[in-house]
Write a protein that binds this ligand. Structure first.
Ligand SMILES: [Zn+2]
Length: 281
């Protein structure tokens, strides 16, 4: 965003009920404007006292990084799959928001951030009279483990690059890169979540994707997508970029830097961001 003032929504925006991919529950979500320096906070309106869960690294659930990012305020009070909504907030420059949900997961909707972006923009954004406070990457910072590598480099605005390397013939090695303020809406928001045909049973057995009739996800068989056409040749890499951007929101402040990620998932992102935040502090 060109403006360096904080933004929230101009008015509340209510989403049609949608199904959570992992919990399989149908939930109603309402996003409401919030004051400056509030950040994004989820509110479980179905739990007594309607507890709030701030969208920061400190809220990440202990077991909340397998195939989605989950936040919790105390055991049993969690919000799953926050990453697409947080990526939409990052891409649109929304700093402050109250997200009311009557269940434990953000609905999957169209499997991407496109529907979220359209609905939030319909409500409109409102500038607030408080300057944004940024984290600025001043020197290279690297996190490496056996499977993944994530790097932050100095950059004027926020840029993110994802390198995918899936041992699967229909995906393989591909990458995507975005100047977030300029290109997010067109280039990243529409990229849909995806999975491999052979993973579906494993994920179901692990108690995940209960809501996945997978109409909204791209399912890859050996020769390519089984149930839809790709929107971009590198749609999987673009979707991984979307997930990365959602996780970046958990830093609690917008970032000035270029984040490059290789084969990373939510777990590597959280480890990287926790150490990066210490470094930036
Ligand atoms: Zn995703």
């Amino acid at each position: 965003m060109a403006s360096d003032l904080q933004h929230t929504l101009a008015q509340p925006c209510e989403f049609d009920p949608g199904v959570g991919l992992h919990t399989g529950r149908t939930m109603r979500m309402v996003c409401r404007p919030a004051p400056a320096d509030h950040g994004v906070r989820f509110c479980r309106v179905d739990v007594p006292d309607a507890p709030e869960i701030p969208a920061t690294l400190d809220s990440v659930a202990a077991d909340g990084l397998a195939r989605r990012t989950a936040l919790e305020i105390r055991p049993g009070v969690e919000i799953n799959t926050v990453e697409h909504l947080l990526a939409a907030c990052l891409g649109l420059g929304i700093d402050n928001l109250r997200v009311e949900l009557d269940g434990p997961e953000v609905p999957l909707f169209d499997g991407s951030a496109a529907f979220l972006v359209r609905t939030l923009l319909k409500a409109g954004l409102k500038e607030q009279r408080r300057a944004r406070r940024y984290w600025t990457v001043a020197r290279p910072f690297v996190l490496r483990d056996e499977q993944a590598e994530v790097i932050a480099l100095p950059s004027e605005g926020l840029r993110a690059t994802y390198f995918a390397d899936f041992p699967h013939p229909a995906i393989g090695v591909q990458s995507a890169s975005v100047d977030v303020a300029r290109e997010f809406r067109e280039e990243v928001a529409p990229a849909r979540t995806f999975c491999l045909e052979e993973e579906i049973k494993l994920l179901r057995d692990a108690g995940l994707i209960k809501g996945g009739d997978l109409k909204c996800a791209v399912v890859f068989g050996a020769h390519g997508p089984l149930n839809t056409k790709l929107l971009f040749p590198n749609e999987p890499a673009r979707h991984k970029l979307l997930d990365l951007l959602g996780d970046l929101y958990l830093l609690g402040r917008p970032l000035r830097g270029h984040v490059l990620a290789w084969r990373s998932g939510h777990r590597a992102h959280a480890a990287f961001l926790t150490r990066l935040r210490k470094e930036l502090e």
